[in-house]
Design a protein around this ligand. Structure first.
Ligand SMILES: Cc1cc2nc3c(=O)[nH]c(=O)nc-3n(C[C@H](O)[C@H](O)[C@H](O)COP(=O)(O)OP(=O)(O)OC[C@H]3O[C@@H](n4cnc5c(N)ncnc54)[C@H](O)[C@@H]3O)c2cc1C
Length: 521
């Protein structure tokens, strides 16, 4: 390679990039502007079925303050250098830290990691982007503040700001994370600082308690987008309930999922069960504790007969539904009776409590997530197939039993065609379900890489044709998904982009939004 950089931003000459790097260094110091190949390795480590080189960053810059972010964006505008902002940068299975396109500079916000405020009475907090869930959890413990946070499964090592900005989910009653955010500070592409909602009003102390402010509600346009760099975000925290009762309902037949959804939906909508109900397929449970090669050495998808045997041997259900009850002991007792009655009336499912499952580690990990405790067990999924390949296929549907069987059949047919296993769960929000399929493959095997890419493309295509859009997608398929959502949506997104960021310096291509040009898949 003749260049001293491992990649260059599209359309930027090496000379211009030299000048930009020099200016970033003047702002951030040598150590916080990274261009050496060996130091950029972690910024280019992806799990998705796409070539690393499509996502190779040209550099990483690590500001430590809002003012440094502003000054870096001014340099970006001057030299037309695009930056890809990340908060904790662990968007595993969606692109991790690496930018959507080769040559973008990663703006790594991990140094901005202050917990600015926790209000124990109003149950709110204000965080910088680099704060991890572990940090917030430790803070609450150390200060004996009886509040629970809500985290996604990789819990300790990821963070509330990045997760909520990508509209990620957790498992407590506050599990729809963006819904429970309140107020943002955003550095706009021209360097202006926007405080959303009540935050715009000088002297207001209501930014973390009233979401809407005055006029159009803007916070949503900074999620899954590239219209600004979010430098602070407020969240609501859950008062620790006096009583918490996690439970699991195990179903032994795949078709029983219809009954599971029909039984749980009314309880969920009525908030008897107030948290996101997770309906976990056997292969997800088994995948987080076993290695596939030790149980099946044939080719293609693991056969149903092997799955059924492993289900018996490992004492899990074909579907495993995890929920929690929260409130005073009296409330929990009343709601528990309602749950028992509903499950009994459905005629299906084995209802088990903490006491009945004992120290089952799988139950413990689900119970931990349902109370916002750190637990990394789900990372075990990467031992199932090995080789580090993963991408999440995440179509949304109505919370109806009939939708589950239809979606499962569609997903299994396509996965089977390419020899991948159905490692999946359904997460019942309030009235919707996210069907989450972890497409696991060996990234070191070129054939599996190719097959996984084709398989993922076909899943998107067939589900979109059937009217099932994905709620979130990895960086290799953002344009494709933007197309499925139609030309008008794409056009509006682009017009906003052009108005706010005419030079296209922030995360070009994020969610298929470009100021100019674009990528063809
Ligand atoms: C085993 C496993 C289980 C998982 N389970 C879950 C789960 O239960 N729920 C879930 O939601 N996810 C899950 N994930 C996916 C992912 O790891 C998490 O969503 C994680 O929280 C995202 O990474 P992050 O928090 O570091 O966000 P980041 O990577 O920092 O941010 C995500 C994206 O948001 C944008 N962004 C971030 N910060 C900013 C900013 N300051 N300004 C502007 N844009 C920004 C960028 O586009 C960035 O790529 C799982 C992953 C694995 C491997």
């Amino acid at each position: 390679m003749s260049s001293k950089y491992i990649a260059l931003p599209k359309g930027v000459s090496e000379k211009s990039f030299d000048a930009a790097i020099k200016e970033y260094r003047a702002i951030l110091g040598e150590a916080n502007v990274i261009v050496a190949e060996e130091l950029l390795v972690s910024y280019n480590k992806i799990m998705i079925p796409d070539e690393d080189e499509h996502h190779t960053p040209s550099a990483a810059i690590c500001p430590s303050s809002v003012e440094e972010v502003q000054r870096c964006l001014a340099v970006c505008n001057k030299y037309k250098v695009p930056v890809w902002p990340v908060s904790t940068g662990r968007n595993f299975g969606y692109g991790t830290t690496a930018p959507a396109n080769r040559g973008q500079v990663v703006m790594d916000l991990r140094r901005m990691n202050r917990i600015l405020e926790v209000d124990a009475e109003l149950c709110t907090c204000l965080l910088e982007p680099g704060v991890t869930y572990q940090q917030l959890y430790d803070y609450l413990q150390e200060h004996k503040i009886p509040l629970w946070l809500s985290c996604p499964a990789p819990s300790s090592i990821v963070g509330p700001v990045g997760n909520a900005l990508d509209r990620g989910v957790g498992y407590t009653p506050y599990g729809e994370h963006f819904l429970f955010s309140c107020g943002m500070e955003v550095v706009m592409p021209n360097g202006d600082i926007l405080r959303t909602g009540m935050g715009s009003l000088p002297g207001s102390n209501t930014a973390q308690v009233f979401k809407w402010g005055y006029g159009p509600y803007l916070d949503g346009i900074f999620t899954q987008s590239n219209y600004g760099v979010v430098t602070k975000m407020g969240f609501w925290l859950l008062p620790a309930p006096p009583a918490f009762k996690p439970f699991v309902i195990r179903y032994q037949d795949e078709a029983d999922i219809v009954q599971a959804v029909e039984t749980l939906r009314p309880l969920r909508i009525a908030n008897i069960v107030p948290n996101a109900v997770v309906i976990v397929h056997a292969l997800w449970e088994l995948g987080s504790m076993l290695k596939r090669a030790e149980h099946f050495d044939g080719t293609g998808t693991i056969p149903d007969s092997v799955v059924r045997r492993l289900v018996k041997e490992n004492n899990v259900g074909m579907w495993n539904v995890y929920c929690g009850l929260y409130g005073s002991p009296e409330q929990v007792e009343v709601n528990w009776k309602i749950v028992q009655g509903a499950v009994k009336a459905s005629g299906k499912g084995e209802l088990l409590t903490q006491e009945q499952v004992g120290d089952d580690p799988v139950f413990k990990y689900r119970a931990d997530l349902m109370q916002g405790k750190m637990n990394m067990r789900e990372m075990g999924l990467y031992n199932w197939r090995g080789g580090g390949g993963s991408c999440w296929f995440a179509p949304v549907s109505q919370a109806r039993g009939s939708e589950t069987l239809k979606q499962m059949a569609m997903a299994k047919t396509i996965l089977d065609k390419y020899g991948f296993d159905y490692v999946a769960e359904f997460i019942v929000g309030w009235r919707d379900m996210h069907h989450i399929v972890d497409l696991l493959f060996d990234r070191t095997d070129p054939q599996q890489m190719k097959a996984a890419k084709a398989c993922f493309g076909e899943l998107l295509e067939e589900f979109s044709k059937a009217g099932y859009g994905t709620y979130r997608v990895n960086t290799a398929f953002m344009d494709k998904v933007a197309d499925y959502y139609g030309p008008v949506k794409r056009d509006v997104n682009r017009k906003i982009k052009l108005a706010l960021d005419p030079n296209g310096i922030i995360a070009p291509g994020k969610s298929g939004i470009w100021a100019t040009g674009g990528k063809v898949i």
